[in-house]
Design a protein around this ligand. Structure first.
Ligand code: SAM
Length: 268
């Protein structure tokens, strides 16, 4: 056999070995590896939980883009990723903003996140903290809080209506209340089957109620999750635009009526 034939053989065997290294549960996610991390082949590190819980890269980019305007306004802006996992979101926030704090309770996953940030060239923009978000919360200061708490594993998708009490390690209401004590500018990444009525109630936990908007997130044609933006990150300009359009229409109508009246009196 030619040497090039041997190389092909080795490559095939290597790929097979990597596949076998992961459990059957992970095989499905491994096939999606480039949609999770486009630089997967450059040395991305994962563990089992990381595989099924990392935010797909294109969604993390959309979520980070929402913060872009705020980061351009202030170079000192701090984004806190409270449940950082293997770094899918923290990396995209660091590509957009200069200062990110990434909190994760599992020390091994923090090391994976640090490694992955290095792969993406943003390690120096992220401060990694091993710890429990709820314990650290009273000491945290940040301008934007990103919450992607555990959804309880892949079985979440079997539930018809995912209520906020199913979020881990604490229910969504308690989590939101703690988050709000730090900043009203909150982003929450939730399952696609989440009870939207409950999500809307979150904005009422604050007085006056927080602005909010809900975004559906897809990867290709697959509906992956829902992102909720609160506070100054919510897209309220849509409502403002509508109001402006209505005002302009009214002005136009008044002007038209005035012209008609003038033509009526002064016409030939
Ligand atoms: C859905 S994953 C986050 C995935 C992350 N957004 C990413 O793209 O890689 C949730 C993470 O929260 C971590 N976690 C669970 N309880 C925590 C807590 N009390 N404080 C901080 N992290 C916690 C889990 O270990 C898990 O890695």
């Amino acid at each position: 056999m030619s040497s090039s034939g041997d190389v092909v053989h080795c490559k095939k065997r290597k790929r097979k070995q990597e596949k076998h290294y992961w459990s059957p549960l992970i095989a499905k996610y491994w096939k999606q590896r480039y949609s999770l991390f486009s630089l997967y082949d450059k040395g991305i590190a994962m563990d089992e939980v990381g595989w099924f819980s990392v935010t797909p890269e294109s969604i993390a980019q959309i979520q980070a883009r929402r913060v872009l305007g705020r980061c351009e306004e202030s170079s000192n802006l701090v984004v806190i990723d409270c449940f950082a996992g293997v770094g899918g979101n923290a990396i995209q926030f660091a590509k957009t903003c200069d200062r990110v704090i990434a909190i994760e309770i599992d020390p091994v996953r923090v090391e994976h996140a640090r490694n992955n940030a290095r792969v993406y060239g943003v390690e120096d923009k992220i401060e990694f903290v091993v710890g429990d978000f709820f314990t650290l919360a009273p000491f945290l200061k940040g301008d934007v809080l990103f919450l992607s708490p555990p959804w309880g594993g892949p079985s979440y998708s079997k539930i018809e209506s995912f209520t906020l009490d199913l979020l881990k390690p604490k229910d969504g209401y308690s989590l939101f209340q703690v988050a709000q004590s730090i900043t009203p500018n909150i982003i929450m990444f939730l399952p696609r089957n989440v009870d939207v009525n409950e999500v809307e109630q979150l904005s009422w936990l604050s007085s006056p109620p927080l602005n909010m908007d809900i975004e559906k997130n897809y990867v290709g044609k697959f509906f992956k999750g829902i992102t909720v933006y609160f506070g100054s990150l919510a897209k309220i300009y849509k409502a403002k635009k509508k109001k402006k359009k209505k005002k302009k229409k009214k002005e136009y109508k008044t002007l038209q009526a005035k012209i008609e009246k003038e033509t009526e009196f002064g016409g030939e």
